[in-house]
Design a protein around this ligand. Structure first.
Ligand code: NAD
Length: 294
């Protein structure tokens, strides 16, 4: 699939989105990383043994579990981080990094993914709203500060079912000596703007002139909210997903187009065409004055 093969109605949507001079908002979920081989962590391989007990991911990914056995939960996150670090950004991630370089402040990306692949492909932290966090970062358990990158000395490989040792614990400490936690939104926590920039991410729905939704089932509140607000404003929406989902079901409301296929099939083509149209001068003069600095 190449940019030149996009259907005329998709071409029209891209032109309309750029002509309106608002932001070009991308919303991504686990599907965009599927072709990089990042697993869901919820299957059989996602279990974690502590002493003789097996824990489910839904139990481990909680403040409650972290507060009772931080060394084991940190071990689980370092293991998951190792899997993500062994994966490489795919063509869809790279296409979005290239598009940001062209569009500048007109580009924004809200992702549910915690694998860090968008940043590793070259998207900037400033314009990437990681609403569920990022496995590469840690932040203090208490008080202000962070998130900061996990130090390189921690390494990128971690054995399954192993706890962090005292050396790793000291590496996973803030410079002022405070203990840290993974920079991940847990199941028993709520979205907050301070750590995850969720209000800023939600506000993007009121500023965008095009929304492209890639590889998410839309089961969480914020992505659905962004889709609904954009649809109510009459913003054109493209949904890239091999399967039907709440976003693709909005097609019947008009202005929403479902591209049934994978991120690898469609994202490079769509991003490349936006890139060309912006280069042709269809990107307007932008509204970068209200960029969120987060
Ligand atoms: P999900 O697993 O619920 O849904 C994935 C979606 O991607 C599905 O709609 C599926 O049809 C689609 N999909 C599968 N392969 C695809 C492909 N090649 N191209 C495009 N789409 C494809 O994911 P979600 O909606 O993001 O929600 C899951 C939650 O779990 C999120 O909170 C997310 O943070 C977390 N999660 C993150 C990662 C990651 O960081 N890579 C991986 C798994 C889960």
């Amino acid at each position: 699939m190449s940019a030149g093969e996009l259907l005329p109605e998709i071409e029209a949507v891209l032109r309309e989105g750029l002509a309106s001079k608002g932001r070009v908002l991308w919303l991504t979920g686990a599907g965009i990383s599927a072709e990089s081989g990042v697993p869901t962590f919820r299957g059989e391989g996602g279990f974690w043994r502590v002493d003789s007990r097996e824990y489910r991911p839904e139990e481990l990914a909680t403040w409650r579990c972290f507060s009772s056995m931080p060394d084991a939960v940190w071990g689980w996150y370092l293991y998951r981080r190792g899997i993500c670090r062994a994966a490489e950004p795919n063509a869809a991630h790279r296409a979005l990094a290239s598009l940001e370089a062209t569009l500048g402040d007109r580009f924004c990306l809200v992702t549910q993914n915690v694998d860090g692949l968008h940043l590793r492909a070259g998207n900037t932290l400033e314009r990437t709203y990681q609403i569920h966090g990022n496995l590469d970062f840690m932040r203090p358990v208490d008080g202000p500060g962070g998130p900061v990158l996990i130090p390189a000395e921690v390494g990128t490989k971690w054995a399954k079912n192993s706890w962090i040792d005292s050396r790793t614990r000291s590496l996973l400490t803030m410079p002022d000596g405070r203990a840290t936690r993974p920079h991940i939104l847990w199941f028993d926590e709520s979205y907050d703007d301070n750590n995850y920039r969720v209000e800023s991410a939600a506000a993007l729905a009121t500023k965008c002139s095009l929304l492209v939704v890639v590889g998410t089932t839309g089961n969480t509140n914020l992505p659905l909210h962004i889709g609904r607000v954009a649809a109510q404003r009459g913003v054109p929406i493209l949904v890239i997903n091999p399967e039907e989902n709440p976003f693709s079901q909005m097609v019947s409301t008009g202005g929403v187009f479902h591209l049934p296929g994978t991120a690898g099939q469609w994202v490079p083509a769509v991003a490349e065409r936006l890139d060309e149209l912006a280069g042709d001068g269809d990107s307007g003069d932008g509204d970068s004055g209200d960029a969120d600095s987060g």
